[in-house]
Design a binder for this molecule. Structure first.
Ligand SMILES: [Zn+2]
Length: 75
C-alpha cells in the first residue's frame, strides 16, 4: 500500500502515465481513500496541462498567466 509521501514522489509519473499496472492500481486505491492526494494529483495534472499550453520563449515566461489559468475552473 502506498503512503502519501510515495504518492507525491510518484506524482509526475502518475500524470504522465508511466506506471506499471500494479503501481497504477495501488495509486488508484490510495486516491479512493485519500482526498488530499486526489487534490494533489488533480492540481499536478492541471499544472502540467497549463504548462503544455503556454508557449514559452527564452525571454518571456508569463507566470501570471499560468497562475491565472490554474485558478480557472475545470473544463
Ligand atoms: Zn494520500
Amino acid at each position: 500500500m502506498l503512503n502519501c509521501r510515495e504518492m507525491s514522489e510518484l506524482g509526475s509519473e502518475i500524470i504522465e502515465g508511466h506506471l506499471g499496472f500494479r503501481t497504477r492500481l495501488a495509486v488508484l486505491m490510495h486516491l479512493r481513500m485519500c482526498s488530499r492526494c486526489t487534490l494533489y494529483i488533480k492540481q499536478l495534472k492541471m499544472t502540467s496541462q497549463v504548462l503544455q499550453q503556454v508557449p514559452f520563449t527564452d525571454e518571456t515566461v508569463d507566470s501570471q498567466a499560468i497562475l491565472k489559468r490554474l485558478h480557472e475552473p475545470d473544463q
